[in-house]
Design a protein around this ligand. Structure first.
Ligand SMILES: Nc1ncnc2c1ncn2[C@@H]1O[C@H](COP(=O)(O)OP(=O)(O)OP(=O)(O)O)[C@@H](O)[C@H]1O
Ligand SMILES: [Mg+2]
Length: 424
C-alpha cells in the first residue's frame, strides 16, 4: 500500500497529536487509522527508550486492521510480526502485541512500564484495560495513540475521556480548547468521510445509502448518539411487503426462534432470481393463543411437516443459541441445523442495511413478522447504561429474521442486486 501524503484534517491531526493521549474518532473509512498510524510511526522512531505496545480487541483483529497494512506499507524488513511470540519488530524496536477483549485482559499488562501504546478501536476495549494501560504509560514522554468509531453518548470512552479533551478538532475542522478544570492531557480529532480524499465517490454514496438509523448517525455522520426509537427506521410496508414472490434461485435458510411459553417462530428465506432476499413463509406457535404448549418432539414434527408441505428444502436450518435441546430433537429426527450467530447489533445492522437498500422483502404471507417489525424498538433503559439493546417484547419473528440473515451472510453477501433506494 502506498500512502499518499496526509492532507487537510489528516495532516492537522498528525501535527497536533502531541498530548499524552491522542484519539481519532468518527465515521468509518474516514482515514483515522491511516492518520494515526503515520503519527505512531513517527513516535516509534523518536520515542525515548522503553517498551511499546499495540492493542486490538483481539490479536486477530489487530493483525487484520493494523499489522497487515503496516507490513504492506513498510515492508518485511522494517515491520515483522515474530510468529508465536506476540511481538512485532517495528523500525528496529520491539513492540508487544495484546488482544484485550475481556476484563481479565488487564492482567496482561500489569507491572509493565511503557513508553508508548497504539490502540485499535478503543471503544471496544474494556474500560478496566484502558485505565490500566494509562497507569502503565509511566516513562517520561510516554504517549497513547488510538482510534474509535462512535458508540452511545454514555460510553465510558466518551464521558471519561473524549468529552474532557484539552484540545478538540471537531467535525467542522474547528479547533476547540477546553479550560475546564477536569480537562485531560488529551487531544481529540473527529473525522468524517469527507476527511478522506482517497475514497471513491461511488463508495461514499453506497455506504451512505446502506447505513440507516442508528448506524447512519454513528458510522456515517460520526455522532455519539443514543440507540433510540424504532430499530428498522426504513421499514415501509408499501415498499417491503410483496404479494407475489419471484422464483427462488436458492432456498437459503429455515430460521427459527424457539419458545415454549413464548411463541415459537420460524421463517423461510430465499434468494429470488431477481437477486433479492425474500422472507417467503412463516410458521408460528404461540402456546398462549393456541391450544397449549408443544413438546420438542411435537415442534419438530410440525415444523418438518410444514416445510415439507411447502415442497421446500432449505440449505440451512438456523436455530437460536438458547434452543440446544430442540436442536438435539431435530437431529434425532434426521434434520441437521446450525446455531445462529447471536450478535444482536451486527445482525440488526445487516437487516437494516438490506431493508434500506430494498434488497430484503417480506411476503404478505408473514403477517406476524410484519406486525412485529415496526414495533421493534431500542431499549431506552439499556441506552442510559450505554448499551445498545432492543426491548425484549414481541421480538420472536424479528429475532428469527436476524438469525437467518446474519448467519447466512456468506451466502448472500456480494450476490445481491444493486441497491434500490427509497424515493426521497
Ligand atoms: N493518505 C492515504 N493514502 C492512501 N490511502 C489512504 C490514505 N488515507 C486513507 N486512505 C485509504 O482510506 C481507507 C480508509 O482509511 P482508514 O482505514 O484509515 O479509515 P478509518 O477511519 O480507520 O476507518 P474504520 O472506521 O473503518 O476503521 C484506507 O483503507 C486507505 O486505503
Ligand atoms: Mg480504522
Amino acid at each position: 500500500m502506498i500512502i499518499a501524503p496526509l492532507v487537510g484534517k489528516q495532516l492537522t491531526s498528525f501535527e497536533l497529536s502531541t498530548a499524552r493521549i491522542n484519539l481519532w474518532d468518527g465515521s468509518v473509512r474516514s482515514s483515522k487509522t491511516i492518520s494515526s498510524l503515520v503519527r505512531w510511526l513517527k513516535f516509534v522512531r523518536t520515542a525515548p527508550p522503553g517498551p511499546l505496545l499495540m492493542v486490538g480487541k483481539t490479536e486477530r483483529t489487530l493483525r487484520r486492521n493494523i499489522l497487515d497494512p503496516l507490513v504492506e506499507m513498510l515492508g518485511e524488513h522494517r515491520c515483522r510480526v515474530v510468529a508465536g511470540s506476540g511481538e512485532l519488530h517495528l523500525l528496529g524496536r520491539k513492540v508487544y502485541l495484546v488482544g484485550a477483549n475481556d476484563e481479565r485482559a488487564q492482567e496482561k499488562i500489569r507491572g509493565l512500564s511503557l513508553v508508548g501504546a497504539y490502540c485499535d478501536e478503543v471503544s471496544t476495549l474494556p474500560e478496566s484495560f484502558f485505565v490500566m494501560l494509562l497507569t502503565r504509560l509511566s516513562i517520561p514522554g510516554a504517549a497513547l495513540f488510538g482510534t474509535t468509531n462512535p458508540d452511545g453518548p454514555q460510553h465510558w470512552l466518551k464521558v471519561g475521556y473524549l468529552d474532557r479533551a484539552a484540545l478538540w478538532l471537531d467535525h467542522n475542522g474547528q479547533l476547540n480548547h477546553s479550560t475546564a478544570g477536569d480537562a485531560l492531557n488529551l487531544h481529540r480529532f473527529s473525522f468524517q468521510l469527507a476527511d478522506n480524499p482517497s475514497l471513491d465517490p461511488q463508495y461514499v454514496a453506497d455506504v451512505s445509502a446502506e447505513f440507516t438509523g442508528l448506524w447512519r448517525r454513528r458510522l456515517i455522520l460520526g455522532e455519539w448518539c443514543l440507540a433510540e426509537g424504532v430499530v428498522y427506521e426504513s421499514w415501509d410496508p408499501g415498499r417491503h411487503v410483496v404479494t407475489e414472490l419471484p422464483a427462488m434461485a436458492r432456498w437459503l435458510v429455515l430460521a427459527l426462534d424457539y419458545g415454549t411459553t413464548n411463541p415459537f417462530h420460524a421463517l423461510l428465506i430465499g434468494l429470488g432470481v431477481d437477486r433479492r432476499l425474500y422472507v417467503a413463509h412463516e410458521w408460528r406457535w404461540d402456546s398462549r393463543k393456541q391450544r397449549g404448549s408443544l413438546t420438542d418432539a411435537e415442534y419438530s414434527a410440525r415444523l418438518r411437516a410444514w416445510v415439507e408441505g411447502l415442497g421446500i428444502r432449505p440449505e440451512y436450518t438456523v436455530i437460536d443459541p438458547s434452543a440446544a435441546s430442540f436442536r438435539v430433537q431435530l437431529h434425532r429426527d434426521g434434520w441437521s441445523s446450525v446455531l445462529a450467530d447471536n450478535d444482536v447489533v451486527d445482525g440488526i445492522r445487516d437487516v437494516a442495511s438490506l431493508l434500506a437498500t430494498g434488497r430484503l422483502l417480506v411476503s404478505d404471507q408473514c403477517p406476524e413478522l410484519i406486525a412485529e417489525i415496526p414495533a421493534y424498538a431500542w431499549d431506552p433503559k439499556a441506552a442510559e447504561k450505554g448499551e445498545d439493546k432492543p426491548i425484549k417484547v414481541a421480538d420472536h419473528g424479528v429475532d428469527a429474521l436476524r438469525y437467518g440473515i446474519r448467519t447466512t451472510r456468506a451466502l448472500w453477501h456480494g450476490q445481491l442486486a444493486e441497491p434500490i433506494l427509497a424515493a426521497a
